[in-house]
Design a protein around this ligand. Structure first.
Ligand SMILES: [Mn+2]
Length: 339
């Protein structure tokens, strides 16, 4: 377990609040393929800003609410981009979003939305965050954006209501797989304990994020596991749109699968390749301390964390296989021992 090695930038947290207080409405787009941390953090912030009389609206950038996140308190306040009309806004607050392209369709439809002409508050824990905001609160040593948000709300002096506490605990549990990842510190656990003291209940979070699964998810895993392949020490599976359609599943349902594969004996990297229009969106994981998948993803224009990252591979079968061979070479220098 590593020691806590970050300190909240309190002046930045205060400046963020000043900026948000000056806005008539704050839009909070999520990153694409949103996860628990990516949705629970803006939900908690929106709820806290509501206490202060500031209107803040979380919006799902790719218009889809993953079924596993329906349990989040106050999720009904979240809009879906491309489905709900886009409200008027004069400030943006992004959480858990390492760069603006991660906003998916919200960005792609009009990159000028995030060119800085509307002030951006950027709250994140990705080491690859490029500090695109007017105010940047980026703490790569925090285990989850929700862990940072818990401290920001302390500075803001907002009440830790039950919905806020439950959201923040869900964000922390989501990114730490239930306080189990190397990024989890004693401080992460203390923050989690404070949230439980405030009334948060871990049991439904664990069920929703790690135990309950739909029939479509089991179908997806069945198809993916039947086609697991190896390229050197890279264990990988590809998910096509046909498989998703056959199983009536969304791509987000395979997120747990890459974590499952990452624990496979003899592997240094696990990859799930999601076929999309241009090639594949790739999700990378490693349990090996000597392998940094954020660095590997960066070599292909992506980013993330040392243990979990992603990138896009453009092209066809030849490019796909070349990518996997390159990942294997980047992951397996001669001094790295497989387990
Ligand atoms: Mn996160």
């Amino acid at each position: 377990m590593t020691q806590a090695s970050w300190r909240l930038d309190i002046p930045a947290a205060e400046e963020a609040l000043r900026t948000l207080k000056g806005a008539r409405a704050v839009l909070m787009p999520t990153h694409q393929n949103v996860d628990a941390d990516g949705l629970a953090s803006p939900l908690a912030i929106a709820s806290a800003l509501g206490e202060l009389g500031i209107r803040a609206i979380p919006i799902l950038s790719d218009g889809v609410l993953p079924p596993s996140l329906r349990f989040l308190p106050e999720v009904e306040r979240v809009l879906a981009y491309g489905v709900d009309p886009l409200p008027e806004y004069d400030a943006l607050c992004l959480s858990d979003c390492s760069d603006r392209r991660r906003l998916g369709r919200f960005y792609a439809d009009d990159p000028r939305r995030v060119d800085g002409s509307i002030p951006i508050i950027n709250i994140d824990h990705h080491v690859t965050n490029d500090r695109f905001g007017l105010v940047n609160i980026v703490e790569p040593n925090a285990a989850a954006t929700a862990e940072i948000v818990a401290e920001i709300l302390r500075v803001w002096g907002t009440e830790l209501t039950l919905p806020i506490a439950q959201c923040l605990l869900a964000g922390i549990y989501g990114d730490t797989l239930g306080l189990r990842t190397p990024a989890t510190t004693a401080r992460t656990m203390r923050t989690a304990a404070d949230l439980v003291d405030a009334g948060a209940n871990p049991a439904p979070i664990v069920d929703a994020l790690f135990r309950l699964k739909s029939r479509s998810t089991v179908c997806l895993w069945q198809r993916a596991l039947a086609n697991v392949q190896w390229t050197g020490s890279v264990i990988w599976a590809e998910l096509t749109n046909n498989i998703l359609a056959d199983c009536n599943a969304q791509a987000s349902e395979a997120e747990g699968l890459v974590n499952f594969l990452a624990g496979t004996e003899g592997s240094l990297v696990a990859a799930i390749l999601f076929a999309n229009g241009d090639g594949w969106r790739v999700s990378l994981r490693s349990l090996n301390e000597d392998v940094d998948v954020a660095e590997i993803a960066k070599a292909f224009g992506g980013g993330g964390h040392p243990r979990a990252a992603g990138c896009q591979v453009t092209g066809g079968e030849a490019e796909k296989m070349a990518f996997l061979r390159q990942v294997n070479e980047l992951a397996a220098p001669s001094n790295v021992v497989t387990f």
